[in-house]
Design a binder for this molecule. Structure first.
Ligand code: 5RP
Length: 219
């Protein structure tokens, strides 16, 4: 296991202390995969999970953890997910794995959002990581032109189809100084399903794996 992967695992295992029972929301990605594996050890404590992707559903079910539809689960007490970047205000870029739409829905439906990552994900200003934007396929070129007008350089994630049947533009060269404002602006472009800025609903807790052990930041 690489040092980075070990730090992801450390953060994921530290998040177990936030699991208090009921139905919890579970995100997507390599850090969350460590969380799912750790969750399997205490699965008797929860009633099940709402998953943010087909991949996480498969992994949860392989561990014998019940996966519920969000419509049947109601409000969730806890959502645990990774991130591609976080600033000190716990505003995030997410969607590197392409699951941003369901992630944003489950985060919005949860009282507490615990984000888990290795320490390399903490940045001063969001935007070095290309910003994922999920788009309705017929709107791809139009949305790309609008993103250029905002100063970005969108690149089509060619060959990738989201769990919702849509496409992703990864927007390079954005220095995101006002994340909530840009989130609203991009949300308002016709054809955008979801933008990977999580600032209107940021994380509440960020657990970073570090060489010295888990570091926790709160909003
Ligand atoms: C998936 C995501 C992931 O949380 C993000 O890409 C981080 O992934 P990893 O834990 O593999 O570094 O937003 O859509």
């Amino acid at each position: 296991m690489s040092d980075q992967d070990a730090m992801k695992k450390q953060a994921a295992e530290a998040a177990l202390s936030y699991v208090e029972g009921g139905v919890i929301g579970v995100g997507t990605g390599s850090t969350v995969n460590h969380f799912i594996d750790a969750l399997a050890g205490i699965k008797g404590r929860i009633d099940g999970a709402v998953s943010s992707s087909v991949a996480s559903t498969t992994r949860l079910e392989a561990h014998g953890i019940r996966v519920l539809d969000l419509n049947a689960a109601g409000e969730l007490s806890l959502y645990v997910d990774g991130a591609d970047e976080s600033n000190e205000r716990l505003e995030l870029i997410k969607g590197g794995g392409g699951a941003l739409t369901r992630e944003k829905i489950v985060a919005a439906a949860s009282r507490q959002f615990v984000c888990i990552a290795d320490e390399s994900k903490l940045v001063r200003v969001l935007g070095a990581f290309p910003l994922p934007v999920e788009v309705i396929p017929m709107a791809r070129s139009f949305v790309a032109r609008e993103l250029v007008r905002l100063g970005g350089s969108p690149v089509w994630r060619d060959g990738f189809v989201t769990d919702n049947g849509n496409q992703i533009l990864d927007v390079q060269n954005l220095e995101i100084l006002e994340p909530a404002k840009l989130e609203q602006t991009i949300n308002n472009i016709a054809g955008v399903v979801t933008v990977g800025i999580f600032a209107l609903r940021p994380a509440d807790v960020l657990i970073l794996g570090t060489p010295d052990g888990p570091r926790t930041l709160r909003r």
